[in-house]
Design a protein around this ligand. Structure first.
Ligand SMILES: [Zn+2]
Length: 251
């Protein structure tokens, strides 16, 4: 047989064909891999470019933003030039006895109509020299009797905030000259201490008003004009406008 004579050559040729095919398939796979890698790279670069573009657009938008002073100017507020006068505490002229908070056997006589008390503090701080309906005329006993016998809920919310504080604390009324101002269509009270650069602002505070669970939503924020800071860093809402009010304060 003829092919039997050439078997060696045929085997060699087959082997060469096999090697060639193997090589070819390997190259093809490598090319495929490279192609996939390249397209992935292009996709990544495109994505990155888009991201960079968006980023630069954002930066540009921020840089072109106008200062928000214009927006702040739009907030309505008035300066505290008028002394605050609280409403009548009672229309009944009567003396009501109250026990001293510290001395068990001591009693004072409180008159809500005349806004007077016979306690030492009322005499010592010369409270009777302040006009009726001036916050500085109040002592702790007047406030306690108002809570017990008066209609506390009829008091304006900002003033009720001051009363709440006085009723809860030990020292009674702050010697502060309270004036009334308007902020965003609600009344706020701004009081200057008679002895220091501290100002006390009874204002609505959205966050903290809810937290304290009081009905009026007001809270007192002390501000020191000398150092230009709110106590413990707690600034109320619209603090920029309030600081402007305080800085414009005239004795
Ligand atoms: Zn008193």
């Amino acid at each position: 047989m003829v092919w039997q004579n050439h078997i060696g050559i045929i085997i060699i040729l087959l082997l060469i064909a096999c090697v060639f095919l193997w090589k070819f398939s390997k190259t093809k796979a490598a090319a495929k891999k490279t192609q996939a890698f390249t397209s992935e790279k292009i996709e990544f670069e495109n994505k990155e470019q888009t991201h960079k573009k968006r980023n630069s657009e954002l930066v540009e938008a921020v840089q072109n933003q106008k200062p928000d002073d214009n927006r702040k100017e739009e907030i309505h507020f008035t300066y505290p030039t008028t002394r605050y006068k609280f409403p009548p505490l009672s229309d009944v002229d009567e003396e009501i006895k109250i026990r001293s908070f510290r001395k068990r056997n001591k009693f004072y006589s409180v008159n809500l109509f005349n806004q007077t008390c016979t306690c030492d503090r009322f005499t010592r701080d010369k409270k009777s020299t302040y006009d009726k309906h001036d916050y500085r005329r109040l002592c702790k006993h007047l406030v306690r009797i108002l809570y017990e016998f008066g209609d506390i809920d009829l008091m304006p919310p900002a003033f009720k905030c001051l009363l709440d504080e006085m009723n809860d604390c030990e020292w009674g009324a702050r010697r502060a000259d309270y004036r009334i101002a308007e902020l965003k269509n609600f009344e706020i009270l701004v009081g200057k201490s008679e002895v220091s650069e501290w100002f006390y602002v009874a204002t609505k505070d959205r966050k903290r008003g809810i937290k304290t669970k009081n009905t009026h939503g007001y809270r007192i924020f002390p501000y020191n004009r000398k150092i230009g800071q709110w106590r413990n860093g707690y600034a109320p809402t619209y603090n920029v406008q309030i600081e402007r009010m305080i800085n414009s304060w005239k004795e």
